[in-house]
Design a protein around this ligand. Sequence first.
Ligand SMILES: Nc1ncnc2c1ncn2[C@@H]1O[C@H](COP(=O)(O)OP(=O)(O)OP(=O)(O)O)[C@@H](O)[C@H]1O
Ligand SMILES: [Mg+2]
Length: 382
Amino acid sequence: MLLKSMSAAQYRSLRAIRMELDGVNVFIGVNGVGKTNLYRGLQLVQAAVRGTFAREIAAEGGMMQALWAGPRRKQEKARLAFSVEVEDEANGLGFSYRIEAGFRPPPPAAGFAYEPHIKLEEFTVNMGRGPVTMMKREGPGIMLRGDRGRMSPFAETAMVSETAISMLAHEAASPEIATFCRFVEQWRFFHGFRTDAQSPLRRPCLAVTAPLLDEDGGNLAAVFATISVNRQEMPEIDKILADALGGAELVIPYPEQEASIGLSLPDFPQRVFSAREFSDGQLRFLALTGALMSYRLPPLIALNEPEASLHPNMLEPLADMIATAAKRSQIWIVTHSERLAEAVSERCGVRFRHVVRQDGKTWIEGMRLTGEIAGSGDDDED
Ligand SMILES: Nc1ncnc2c1ncn2[C@@H]1O[C@H](COP(=O)(O)OP(=O)(O)OP(=O)(O)O)[C@@H](O)[C@H]1O
Ligand SMILES: [Mg+2]
């Protein structure tokens, strides 16, 4: 399955933006243009599916902070909106999901002041003859299309900040919703692995089979142990690490209760260095290796500034890993490094996107001309 497009409106600097997405998507731009807001927008769609949307908006400072701070058009409501379109090529289906959230109505309305009120959710399926609404929620009632093609109320009602999509994610009532949710739930977002002395990456972790890396990287040693035990050999990883880490060799002891990793460095062949001793860059590169070359790969991997604390020499090996992962996963990369953006673009045959700011609004340079990205039209603001 593939994420075909994403749109966001009134979320931070995302005034109104819609993007068609490719297999590999590289975003580059100066500080503060809204690259992370785009990345967060996608994470919030995942949060809606997981049932953590309200908690995440509240943790960001609540609706007041999350909402676009600039002027709105006359009649336009104060609403965050996100939507995605997904293609299920294997079954010839297209899914789309939209969520809109606003402020709580004045008391005695239920809910709390800083949380978003979900005003609308809609899930549609396109079997080739145009989109058919399978689920719609406006307020607490959830309408679901049943076997006979009629919309009827779902047995439970949603609370003010609860997402209907998360309530239906594991319901047999709609297999299409379940398929979509399973896809979205598996996306992985990696942003700034911790490398301080207490970082979970520096500690051994429980030896539990780990097909995928956790977003904080805490199961990194288990990810490598899983590859090593199941594949015996991992020549691709060995080569990339040797290239990136000056001939270093990754050491993966067969784990007992806990898994750990070490590095054998060419200058000190007599001993193995433990994760506690790795440099920040070595540790971060290994974490990226775990993210991009794990035993299984998530359907979508998003990396926010993966080049942070890496020497430029590591960027080519990083681009090699991204290109390898791109054969199995959709990729979303936010970077400040032209060199990384170019290296990835060359290997994957895509153009990278320049994110810019126009009157405080996040925009992608040149896209309006090519028609790849369409906004909601010129603002007619107060
Ligand atoms: N509610 C809001 N309304 C409008 N703009 C906002 C709002 N909240 C944040 N912003 C703007 O979003 C910008 C930050 O966006 P973001 O964090 O996505 O930048 P970035 O491109 O990732 O930058 P960096 O490269 O420094 O990480 C800030 O400049 C801020 O002014
Ligand atoms: Mg950022």
